[in-house]
Every structure is written in structure tokens, then in C-alpha cells.
Design a protein around this ligand. Structure first.
Ligand code: HEM
Length: 119
């Protein structure tokens, strides 16, 4: 199997550094930060880490049904999804991830879009 971007970036340790950057961007963005208002820091980091791990093809790849369930009653809209993807892109750019790999990560994340929106 082809090496995932997750492995290329060095697995869990490096992912955590990217998470720090992604986390700051998400929590500084009024378009999405209110969703995490009642989420404690630990859980937020967990979300950001799991999201990134998923995006980069790491362990914990989700099924559509489980993702629909997790985001139930949030009524997430396209602009929320777009904002999260934007922060993902910027965080990866900071770590000099090649554009080609960033595009692949965005494409992968987008496969869950319909499972997560409007639940
Ligand atoms: C492909 C896209 C996404 C994936 C793979 C994903 C993944 C996850 C996972 C695995 C959890 C459970 C975390 C845990 O407690 O262990 C979760 C919860 C959550 N997600 Fe996402 N997510 C995605 C998109 C989004 C978007 C676009 C938003 C909002 C802008 C969002 C907001 C949340 C919130 C608020 C929770 C609940 C956190 C809490 O426990 O309070 N997610 N997500």
C-alpha cells in the first residue's frame, strides 16, 4: 500500500505539532469556534487530532454512519465545513506539506461531507 501522508509526516508525534497549529486556528475563528464552546480543551484536542489523523490517512478511519452520529444535532452547514478545511490547509502549509498532498487530504475529508452536514 502507498505510504499515507500521516506516515510521511512521521506519525503521531508530528501530527501533534500540526494539531497545535490547527487547534489555534479553529478556536480563533468565530465561524466555527462556538461549536466548541462547551467542549473542554482535552476533547477539543482530541477532535482536532482525530480529524487530522483521518484527513491524512492515519489510523481511525471513520465510516459515514459513525460520523453522522457524532455530529448529530449540530446542524453543520457548508460554511462550517469549508472553514475547517481552510484551517486544515493552512496548518499543513505551515509544515511545508506539498500542495499535491494537501489536495489529497482535502479530497479525503470531503468524502465525509454529506455524512456530517445538516445532521
Ligand atoms: C471530515 C470531517 C470531520 C471529522 C472526521 C470529524 C471527526 C469527529 C470525531 C471523531 C468526533 C468525536 C470526538 C471525540 O469526542 O472523541 C467529533 C466530534 C465533534 N465534531 Fe467533528 N469531525 C469533522 C467535522 C467537523 C466540523 C466541520 C465541525 C464544526 C465546525 C465539527 C465539530 C465537532 C464537535 C463540536 C464535536 C463534539 C465535541 C464534543 O465532544 O463536545 N466536526 N468529530
Amino acid at each position: 500500500m502507498q505510504e499515507s501522508l500521516y506516515e510521511k509526516l512521521g506519525g503521531r508525534d508530528s501530527i501533534e505539532k500540526v494539531v497545535d497549529s490547527f487547534y489555534e486556528k479553529v478556536l480563533a475563528d468565530p465561524v466555527v469556534n462556538h461549536f466548541f464552546e462547551h467542549t473542554n480543551m482535552d476533547k477539543q484536542r482530541k477532535h482536532q487530532t482525530k480529524f487530522l489523523s483521518y484527513a491524512l490517512g492515519g489510523p481511525n478511519q471513520y465510516s459515514g454512519t459513525s460520523m453522522a452520529k457524532v455530529h448529530e444535532n449540530m446542524n453543520l452547514q457548508p460554511e462550517h465545513f469549508t472553514a475547517i478545511v481552510h484551517h486544515l490547509k493552512e496548518a499543513l502549509e505551515e509544515f511545508r506539506v506539498p500542495n499535491e498532498d494537501i489536495n489529497a487530504a482535502v479530497k479525503h475529508v470531503n468524502t465525509l461531507r454529506d455524512d456530517i452536514l445538516y445532521k
